[in-house]
Every structure is written in C-alpha cells, then in structure tokens.
Design a protein around this ligand. Structure first.
Ligand code: DGY
Length: 363
C-alpha cells in the first residue's frame, strides 16, 4: 500500500471507528467509497501536481480540466470547460491568477464549500463574494517563501549588477570591456528596506545574512517580534523610502497597497535606489516607475511581476536597460509548486471532512 493510501486508510479507519466503534475492514472501504461519492472537487488546470491530485482522489471524485488555467487558454477554452464541469462541485482548486468570476460561482451551485487557491496571493479571489456565499477560502503561504526569497535576491543582484545590459552585450557579442565599464552597486554595506515583513520578507532577510548588509529596515502595519530576531528596524514608510538602497516589495495586493509605489513615493527615494517587486505588478504605478527609471531618478528596478502579465515584448519598460524583468517565476520550482499543490489539496480534504483549515484566508 502506498504512503498516501496508507494515510487515507488510517484516516478513513479513524472516521469509521469514531462513528461505528471498531469495525471490520469492509466497512472502512465502504466509508472511503461513500466519502468519494459525496463530494466532487474541480481542479482548474491540467498542470496541477500529480501528487496533489492523488491526495484529492483518495477522498473525492476529482474533475480536472483538459486545459491550462493560465494566459489566453485560461481565459477562453479553459473557462468554457470550467463552466461545464463546475456544477455540483463542493470544492474548487484554483491554479492561476485569473479572476474567479461570480458567473463561475453561480454555476457551481450552493454546495460549493471551499475555494483553495494554489498561490500565496489571493487578489484574484473576490473575498466579499465568497463571504456572502459562505464559501471558505484557503491559500498557500509559507511553503513558497524560500523560493520567492531566492528570486528577490536574484532580482537585487540582477538589477544592481546591470544584468539586462550585460546579457544584451553577451548576445550581441559587443562587450564593453574596461576597468570602469558597466559598474554596478553592491549589496554589501547597503540598507535593505522590506515593505511587508511577512513570510517572504523574513525569508529574504534571512537569506541575505551572508551578504554583509549594513542595515535592514522594514515597514508594515505593526512592529513584529520576527523583526527584532532578524535585527531589522521597524520604521515608517517614508523613512524606509528615503534611507534604503534596495526597496523590496513583499506585500499582498489590496486597496491599500495598490500603486503604493508612485510618483510621490518614488520622489522620496535615493538616487541610487533599486526597487524590487516580488508581490504583484499593481503594487507599482508602472508609468511613474518608467519615468523615474528613464530619467535616472532612481538607479534600477528588478521585477518578477508586472502589469500586465505577460508583459508585451514591445512594452516601453523593456526598452530600458536599468530594469531587470522575470516572468513571474517566484515560486516556480518543482519542490515549491508540489508543496503548494499538496497544501491546497490538504486544505480541501480538511474543509470537506470537517477539520480545521490549514491556511485559511480570513474573509
Ligand atoms: C503566489 O503564490 O501568489 C505567487 O505569485 C506565485 O504564483
């Protein structure tokens, strides 16, 4: 019996024993079948990790679309299939950043109990709508923090050491060779300001431990004990903006944080400031960022997230050499995506078997 199967067996045995007292094996198998017959779970994309699908299959009837839930396919072909598959589902596992529409929730029916988004961010989920329908929401924080923090540091290095410009030189074969050519900035001795010292912000500070950073600042709603432990100083946003050499955006996107980096806040930054965004593109007013980078009001930006995504290849931001852009790959490692998928699946198992959610989103 596989590890997953044994866990399922033990779990189902526990249910049976709690309901019937000690029961013969045939009753246990029956209960497993009953559980799987009761609930249908819809997985919104064809690329959800197999191990996570198997966790769901151990308990429920699982439907999965034949398409990706990303990009154009996610918005057209996949959406059509989701609309056909969703009626009668008790859970929806959401595997992209496309909005979950009210039309889809209507189509699901009143038995839909949980939406489990396989992402830390949940700005694509309409919280008010879910709450008014009594649908629970879970996300997948923490398991992705190390991978996203690695990308934050990659962006810091990439922007500070002028990777866009340098990689273009490698491709063209025209290297600017010289002792004072393409010089960048050090992380060593710098002040790193983290906007949002949550799991990802903390993981980033931890991973920068060997870089000889002079000072860590952070801002947010309140001072955190983790800040003290990491030797990071809690400061108001304006102080962080005016003192930091690196400004790392690690906050969720919501009404309060949308366009928090704008003309006014950029004007408070140092001339050598480097803005790093690993949250969501809309944290930044991209027009204002473009102007600041073009006019060299700040030094550079490193972006894993943009508006829109994908960023069109002829977007004016990409004409600048002092911006280093990655295609939203913060959590894109085999291990992390597997752990995100399995966490989403286990949240669904708990929701539909009357156990507390592992990572609930407060609605
Ligand atoms: C998230 O989980 O929100 C990240 O953006 C990766 O998808």
């Amino acid at each position: 019996m596989s590890h997953n199967k044994s866990i399922t067996f033990i779990y189902v045995a526990a249910i049976v024993i709690s309901v019937y007292g000690e029961s013969p094996a045939s009753n246990i198998e029956e209960t497993a079948n009953m559980t799987s017959k009761i609930h249908k779970v819809l997985v919104s994309s064809n690329d959800f990790p197999a191990s996570a699908v198997n966790i769901l299959k151990d308990f429920f009837t699982v439907e999965q679309t034949n398409f990706l839930n990303f990009g154009e396919e996610g918005l057209s072909k996949n959406y059509e299939e989701l609309m056909n598959l969703i009626p009668g589902s008790s859970a929806l596992v959401w595997v992209s950043h496309h909005p979950i529409t009210t039309e889809l929730l209507d189509k699901a029916g009143p038995q839909l109990k949980i939406v489990a988004t396989a992402s830390a961010g949940y700005n694509h989920c309409n919280l008010k709508e879910l709450k008014s329908r009594g649908i629970q929401l879970t996300n997948t924080p923490n398991v992705l923090s190390p991978a996203v923090a690695e990308i934050a540091i990659t962006l810091m290095l990439g922007a500070a050491r002028r990777f866009t410009e340098n990689l273009a030189q490698v491709r063209s074969g025209e290297w600017e060779i010289g002792f004072d050519k393409v010089l960048g900035q050090d992380i060593r001795g710098s002040t790193v300001g983290i906007i949002g010292l949550g799991g990802i912000g903390q993981a980033t500070v931890k991973r920068l431990a060997g870089f000889e950073v002079a000072k860590f600042l952070y801002t947010g709603h309140r001072e955190k004990p983790e800040g003290k432990a990491l030797n990071a100083e809690f400061v108001p946003l304006d102080t962080l903006l005016s003192q930091s050499d690196f400004i790392v955006l690690a906050v969720p996107l919501n009404d309060e944080t949308k366009h928090m980096i704008n003309k006014t806040t950029i004007a408070k930054m140092k001339k050598n400031a480097i803005v790093i965004n690993i949250g969501r593109g809309e944290l930044i007013d991209q027009e204002a960022l473009y102007d600041a980078l073009k006019n060299k009001d700040i030094y550079a930006a490193g972006l894993d997230v943009t508006t829109p995504e994908p960023l069109p290849k002829d977007h004016k931001l990409l004409t600048l050499l002092n911006v280093f852009v990655l295609p939203h790959i913060g959590s894109a490692t085999v291990r992390t995506r597997t752990e995100m998928g399995e966490l989403a699946a286990n949240n669904v198992v708990n929701a539909l078997t009357g156990k507390p959610l592992i990572t609930p989103v407060t609605l």
